[in-house]
Design a binder for this molecule. Structure first.
Ligand code: NAP
Length: 258
């Protein structure tokens, strides 16, 4: 059985690069309309639109919206763009996030850095869900897929604010899944391990560090963005119609180690 999402509407945050960009392309290839958010990189966003089936604009089936998910008004604008253009929301993928590569010991971790992390990675998931869910409730149908991390399950030394934000997402998803189940809205997490995206460039470009990281992953390599996008697609599809409140690990076995 092929996964088809013809005429559905997906909103994907952080769709201009990395995992989000792979998800935008995959959802579009499966027939979905897609509205995706990016924060600042308009060129990258335009390139993603061009790369989707149908070429530039894909008959308006793939739309990029500049929206900072940490801001309530931007989140509202993103959701309104989707509902005005397409009249419904089937799936929300809350993927946008940041991970500063430099190690930050707790005594150097500033209030500004803590607040920025929580505002984007944790509040930035709440903002879009808050505005999208009423539209799903109206239709008694919806999928919410939140991108957490291995760090949300085992923590991350020297990136403790990142681990805290991603761990918070997991308990947010668990609570929300039972709250929204009566509305037939399924809420799940995908938790990637190391994935080869811009986020990890500072770490993965160092050959010794890249080798050390790969050696610590049971499958012996970091993941590709498409390898996270496909499990996201699975959770959005009919194949996952009885799964809610779950954390789907996509990490080559990495969460089992370390
Ligand atoms: P990435 O390549 O750095 O891309 C991040 C995306 O998020 C970009 O599209 C960026 O937009 C967008 N973004 C950042 N802050 C935003 C904001 N405030 N509002 C709206 N959009 C924002 O990252 P990635 O590796 O694909 O990561 C995607 C998700 O996977 C993140 O939540 C990350 O924590 C998680 N994750 C990644 C890894 C990994 O190894 N890569 C591992 C575990 C979990 P611009 O292009 O405009 O900047």
């Amino acid at each position: 059985m092929d996964i088809r999402l013809d005429n559905e509407v997906a909103i994907i945050t952080g769709g201009s690069r990395g995992i989000g960009a792979a998800a935008v392309k995959l959802f579009a290839e499966c027939g979905s309309n897609v509205v995706f958010a990016y924060r600042s990189n308009a060129d990258a966003a335009a390139a993603v639109v061009r790369s989707c089936p149908g070429g530039p604009g894909s008959d308006g089936r793939v739309i990029a919206v500049r929206a900072d998910v940490s801001k309530m008004r931007d989140a509202r604008k993103l959701i309104e763009t989707a509902t005005k253009r397409f009249g419904r929301i089937d799936t929300l993928v809350a993927n946008a996030g940041i991970w500063p590569a430099d190690p930050l010991p707790i005594e150097r971790l500033s209030e500004r850095e803590w607040d920025e992390m929580i505002d984007i990675n944790l509040k930035g998931v709440y903002t879009v869900i808050h505005h999208a869910v009423p539209h799903m409730m109206e239709r008694k149908r919806g999928r919410v897929i939140v991108v957490s991390s291995t760090a949300g399950q085992r923590g991350e030394s020297f990136h403790t604010h990142y681990g805290a934000s991603k761990g918070g997402l997991i308990s947010f998803v668990k609570g929300l899944s039972t709250e929204l189940a009566p509305h037939q809205i399924l809420v799940n997490c995908v938790a990637p391990g190391w994935v080869d995206t811009d986020m990890c460039v500072p770490v993965l470009t160092g050959r010794r560090e890249a080798r050390r990281i790969s050696a610590g992953i049971p499958l012996g390599r970091v993941g590709r963005p498409e390898e996270v996008a496909m499990p996201i697609l699975f959770l959005a599809s009919e194949m996952a119609s009885y799964i809610t409140g779950e954390v789907l690990n996509v990490n080559g076995g990495n969460v089992l180690c370390g």
